[in-house]
Unconditional design. Sequence first.
Length: 191
Amino acid sequence: MKTRSLIAASAALALAGCGLGGKTPDLLLNLTPEVTVPESGRTSNAENAITVVRPTVPQALDTTRVPVMEGQSVTYLKDAFWVDTPDNLFRRLLSETIGARTGRVVLDPLQFSFNPGHRLTGQLQNFGLDATRMEAVVTYDAALARGAENVTTRRFEARVPVAAADRNNVAPALNAAANRVATEVAGWIGG
């Protein structure tokens, strides 16, 4: 029994350090919204509420690392780690931006007891550095379901120039590009 417990503990420790190369990063990156929802509560009927679903991501984005794309190659930016995966960070940014810019009640998909109202889903295609053009790029293919029979899709993309391929330049540029896309999505959804 002791041996089995030691093996399980060793495996857990090995997996814990796996994503970060075994050492703890000195800094974790996060997305911050340009606008936030007021602290006062909101009331809405189900037709005006919106549920923002976590976007799907390609395998290269399913990590806390910042991808660097050059042609068909993908590497990762040295010493740059997100606090969470881009799909979760972007969903929270979208929710905050849509709520602030449209005045709508924005629901989390985990709020199962509520009618989800409109549902925003999509795929986060790009969320990293385009090394060929030296630009932070965010590409989001959105799908908005307005009821059971009406779905509209649209692609949103923002590119922000980057002076150097390091976390001090890439992270703020990605934050700006993500906010630009979120603002465009909020405008598309409307109030």
